[in-house]
Design a protein around this ligand. Structure first.
Ligand code: UDP
Ligand code: MG
Length: 322
């Protein structure tokens, strides 16, 4: 017989967050207890941290029967760490939150009220302000979310992170999507059901630095675009049509030059055309490569993550994320 589900699970991916964990646990426990009493579980996922986060988690787990911690075999990345936690959590409702306390846990009670009041399956938090983040991060995020919504057919909400409250049926729908390259905020938008925005102000990181350097941001953005749109694959045909039009004009220009006896000379224009065409072709090939590479990774059907250890109440669960 399976144990009854707790009313609420809080799932937190953590990478090198040791200085935040004690405060995180305290604030999450207080917020959860205020809303659902003891019927909650907090699931921390240690995504291959190198700063002793796992030892801190084990210590916290020993003192709190509502806290479970999952230790992944290595750093699998934010979205896969989150997937591990979502796979293993058991709650009727699920709150996803970052470990650095940029998303205030105290909003939980309001989000629960919105979910009840609006009979929603997903209450997603929309960032009104972002304190303590660099201009570069804010600018790239603003451009990225707007470009993404133009490229995709799925209505992925703008300026929304993974901070959200979900019902069990929404989570089960999400977990039925098998892809390796996971862009969870987009996948949640894709599953449908009633989803309601919840505006909030994002706080500063409690300690440490962002674990999303430019390289990870680019990868994340490419996962989002390739996962939700095939528009870049059609880019080649669009560009080709434009180039065809331009080449017609050029043809007329050359013909006029030829018949009027002043044949066009020009190393510069020739070079320019060669270089521009070369760049366009390489770019299009690169885009095709991005899709092909992802197809290859999907075809291998590897597990999404590997769990090395579990502390606390979830310890009899499966350890491979398929
Ligand atoms: N994170 C993770 N694995 C990674 C990178 C980040 O689990 O490889 C976690 C991190 O601990 C945090 C969340 O993902 O809880 C968001 O990361 P971060 O705060 O660094 O990103 P930002 O808020 O700057 O976008
Ligand atoms: Mg953060």
């Amino acid at each position: 017989m399976t144990a009854p589900r707790p009313a609420l699970s809080i799932v937190v991916p953590c990478y090198n967050e040791a200085p935040c964990l004690a405060e995180l646990h305290r604030r999450l426990s207080t917020a959860a207890t205020a809303v659902v009493g003891t019927s909650h579980e907090i699931v921390l996922i240690n995504d291959g941290s190198r700063d002793g986060s796992w030892a801190v988690m084990q210590r916290l787990c020993a003192a709190d029967p509502h806290l479970a911690a999952i230790d992944l075999s290595r750093n699998h990345g934010h979205q896969l760490a989150l997937t591990a936690g979502l796979d293993l959590c058991r709650g009727e409702r699920i709150l996803i939150i970052d470990a650095d306390l940029q998303d205030p846990p105290e909003l939980l009670s309001e989000m629960m009220a919105v979910m009840d009041g609006e009979a929603a399956d997903v209450v997603y938090a929309v960032r009104r302000k972002r304190a303590g983040e660099t201009l570069f991060k804010k600018a790239t995020a603003a451009v990225f979310y707007r470009a993404l919504s133009r490229l995709t057919d799925t209505d992925i909400p703008i300026d929304t992170g993974d901070f959200r409250l979900m019902s069990r049926r929404a989570l089960d729908a999400l977990l039925s999507l098998p892809e390796q390259a996971r862009f969870i905020r987009g996948m949640v938008a894709w599953i449908g059901f009633r989803q309601v925005p919840f505006p909030y102000d994002r706080a500063e990181r409690l300690a440490g630095e962002s674990h999303y350097p430019l390289s990870k941001m680019i990868r994340f953005a490419l996962d989002a675009v390739t996962g939700f749109s095939t528009a870049p694959l059609r880019l080649a045909s669009h560009v080709a049509l434009w180039l065809l039009a331009v080449s017609f004009l050029l043809l007329i220009y050359i013909a006029i030059g030829f018949f009027s006896g002043s044949a066009v000379q020009g190393w510069t224009s020739l070079m320019l055309i060669v270089v521009v065409l070369g760049a366009v072709q390489m770019f299009v090939l690169g885009m095709i490569g991005e899709y092909l590479g992802r197809l290859y990774i999907e075809a291998k059907r590897r597990p999404l993550y590997i769990v090395s250890d579990i502390a606390g109440p979830l310890s009899n669960q499966a350890r491979l994320g398929h």
